[in-house]
Design a protein around this ligand. Structure first.
Ligand SMILES: *Cc1c(COP(=O)(O)O)cnc(C)c1O
Length: 456
């Protein structure tokens, strides 16, 4: 009994500012480019799509800390601060000398970290006079998060949901509808981007890239009234997510430890950025800190480990600015794995630059290893993790087992980005033995990458 399982912060301890890593990066990210002019994008151009404030945050390379609006803090209070948990049960099950901690973002009402960014994005849209917001969603978490946040500020919400998830996860759709949002399966016939893809590939299962194209097209047709909100990849999203790591930093202090390894699963990089960046700033300042930052990606969508670093579009149609990113090519169609939130072809510009400069390592995890890890975690810690988060757990387990083999004690911190209670259809397939790995061959990889136009 005389040990602490959860390290908790009070509401008064909640960080009042987000951390903007761009201000501290040893090498700044290359600018995003306007695809037509090939010039760096401006806040004016970005704010055709995004709120003005999000656009300014996107390009902010100087302010280390950015105030969180009071209205946002009020809604964060619904579930923040989230617990930092010492995974004693998992440590015991693995018989490892490692100390394993996880930041439990699954306690948010929508079950994932995504409300951290949907709330400020919706707030800025409302404050600037927008009436509608639109977005895409993969596994459903982002759409759910924006549905709640948009409605909390009195906005109309339209969500394009990747078709494979729309079919596999009807309850997610129901949650969005319960919050009052309109949900459309993507590719859909309601946009030009959707119609073109359906004509070419009638059975296409959809991807985040296509869904983004559809939502962007909708926002572009009515820019004064409707804004687009993105749940990952963009720098302002990573900024909002840093509340995870800022809290975790205080909580690790309460625990009297500092992480040797920080792990998070990696879709577009937002929850990874959220937990990693506040710790990484200490690594920039103190070269003796050897903290490793590991991005856990699915081996069927491995942009950090096997992608190329170059300018590419964030969506399939080429509507977004050109982003300097680790990418598999914007036309890449990932296998229909069950971690839908990780089926994205590229990484954001900041994480990409940091990976290029050696601050971040990638680790690829097969679908079956992720589910094995998920069950091991569930049996030890009682939480059913999201299939996405299970990739981080798998890497944390790998590292803990290395500690055991080498007889060294390391402190491992991973982000539990969400719970899996809405993903039981995936667990059902895993438990009944019909889930397979979806390895990506070099040929498939190069077909996609080689079709990329070399811009710089
Ligand atoms: C969306 C999502 C992810 C992937 O997105 P990132 O931007 O890479 O964080 C991971 N885990 C969960 C639970 C998600 O909902």
């Amino acid at each position: 009994m005389d040990y602490t399982k959860k390290f908790l912060l009070s509401e008064q301890d909640m960080p009042r500012q987000w951390y903007n890593i761009a201000a501290d990066m040893p090498v700044k990210p290359l600018p995003m480019l306007n695809p037509e002019t090939r010039q760096p994008v401006t806040a004016d151009e970005l704010s055709v799509l995004f709120s003005r404030e999000a656009s300014l945050q996107e390009l902010n390379m100087t302010d280390r800390f950015i105030d969180i609006p009071n209205e946002v803090l009020d809604l964060y209070k619904i579930w923040r601060c989230t617990p930092l948990v010492r995974a004693y049960g998992l440590e015991k099950a693995l018989d490892t000398p490692a100390h394993i901690y996880f930041k439990n973002e699954s306690v948010s009402p929508v079950g994932s970290h995504k409300l951290n960014s949907s709330i400020p994005q919706a707030f800025y849209c409302k404050a600037e006079g927008t009436t509608n917001v639109t977005t895409e969603t993969g596994a459903g978490q982002w759409g759910t998060a924006l549905s709640y946040a948009g409605k909390a500020f009195g906005l109309e919400v339209a969500v394009y949901m990747v078709k494979v998830s729309f079919e596999q996860k009807p309850y997610r759709r129901n949650i969005m509808q319960s919050y009052g949002a309109t949900v459309i399966a993507s590719p859909s016939m309601s946009t030009r981007a959707g119609r073109e893809i359906i004509t070419k590939y009638p059975n296409y299962a959809g991807s985040l890239g296509t869904a983004i194209s559809e939502a962007v097209e909708l926002a572009r047709t009515t820019p004064e009234k409707c804004k687009y909100c993105l749940g990952s990849t963009m720098s302002h999203v990573s900024l909002h997510q840093t509340i995870i790591g800022l809290e975790a930093e205080k909580q690790m202090e309460l625990a009297g430890e500092y992480p040797d390894i920080v792990v998070a699963c990696f879709g577009g990089g937002s929850n990874f950025s959220g937990i990693a960046f506040p710790f990484m700033r200490h690594s920039f300042a103190d070269p003796s800190l050897k903290t490793r930052f590991i991005a856990a990606e699915p081996s069927s969508c491995p942009k950090i480990t096997r992608g190329v670093f170059q300018y590419d579009f964030g969506d399939q149609k080429g509507y977004t600015p050109l982003i300097p990113m680790f990418t598999l090519g914007h036309a890449f169609a990932p296998a229909s794995i069950h971690a839908g939130g990780l089926r994205y072809h590229g990484a954001g510009s900041i994480v990409s630059q940091l990976a290029k400069d050696g601050w971040i390592e990638g680790a690829d995890v097969d679908q079956l290893e992720a589910f094995d890890a998920a069950l091991q975690f569930a049996r030890a810690e009682a939480i059913i993790p999201a299939p996405e988060s299970s990739h981080a757990i798998a890497v944390a387990i790998r590292e803990a087992l290395k500690c055991k083999r080498d007889g060294v004690k390391k402190t491992i911190l991973f982000n539990l980005s969400g719970h899996g209670l809405m993903d039981m259809a995936s667990y059902d397939r895993y438990l009944s033995g019909d889930l397979k790995n979806s390895p990506l061959t070099d040929d498939e990889l190069h077909t996609s990458i080689d079709s990329l136009e070399k811009i710089i």
